[in-house]
Ligand binder design. Structure first.
Ligand code: SF4
Ligand code: SF4
Length: 239
């Protein structure tokens, strides 16, 4: 009875899934499309993520590592910076309605530096409390509805990633988490890579970021469950 009274009078504060959180530090933000810069983009961005598109400088979020270099330039060469976390892009239909309140996720580390995995682990903390949404991590792909891959997919992890996918029951979805899984990121030119993930498996949903913050991941899983409408973004241009 005492615990019930304490729970009602001192509830734990969790992050709202319906609106951006007023709490600071939950998202690093990212560069946003900006009028053309004076300097060539390749002299500003170390990962070649900035692209000229008509009169606009756009951002290829599959390459951006959120280093903020483009935001720390003099005025005429500065990219604007946007807050927010709704970064996921879905390329396949969401899961059937029966998954609306139940989603099991198998995570495979395919060469992650540790940061993407850490952000995923944060989801189980009381701050994000993903369990309230019916989402759970599972240790086996045989129980999983969603396969989440982090890291640039090293040659030695290619087979493990493919086997995990084969072991999953249908319907199933593949989620690429982080710049490494999407493009190889900083490791793209390494001889040790078999990735990016799209070369190995059909990717249904991409979550850019290096690493993507927990809210971006939560938003992505909710898209798969059909709990939110997708905010479409393509290569830095809102449509
Ligand atoms: S924040 Fe992204 S777009 Fe800007 S310089 Fe760094 S990698 Fe390039
Ligand atoms: S995307 Fe960035 S944070 Fe994630 S594994 Fe690659 S380097 Fe690490």
């Amino acid at each position: 009875m005492l615990w019930l009274r304490m729970g009602l009078t001192h509830p734990k504060k969790t992050v709202s899934s319906k609106a951006p959180s007023p709490l600071n530090g939950l998202s690093p933000g990212r560069p946003a499309p900006t009028p053309l810069l004076d300097a060539p983009p390749e002299t500003i961005c170390p990962t070649q993520a900035l692209k000229e598109h008509g009169n606009v400088m756009t951002v290829d979020y599959t390459r951006c590592i959120h280093c903020r270099l483009c935001h720390q330039q003099p005025d005429q060469n500065r990219m604007s910076w946007e807050e927010g976390y709704q970064w996921a892009q879905m390329t396949s239909p969401r899961l059937p309605h029966s998954f609306r309140h139940s989603l099991h996720i198998r995570v495979v580390d395919a060469g992650d530096c540790g940061a993407c995995l850490n952000e995923l682990h944060q989801l189980a903390s009381p701050v994000y409390s993903l369990h309230r949404l019916g989402i759970a991590f599972t240790p086996t792909p045989r129980d999983a509805d969603v396969l989440v891959i982090t890291g640039p997919i090293t040659v030695s992890m290619k087979e493990a990633v493919q086997e995990a996918y084969q072991a999953m029951p249908s319907p199933k979805r593949v989620v690429a988490v982080g710049t490494c899984a999407l493009s190889g990121g900083l490791f793209a030119s390494s001889f040790a890579l078999a990735g990016p993930l799209e070369k190995i498996l059909p990717v249904d949903l991409s979550v850019p970021g290096c690493p993507p913050p927990p809210l971006a991941l939560l938003h992505a899983f909710q898209l798969l469950m059909g709990a939110k409408s997708e905010e479409m973004r393509t290569q830095g241009v809102r449509t």
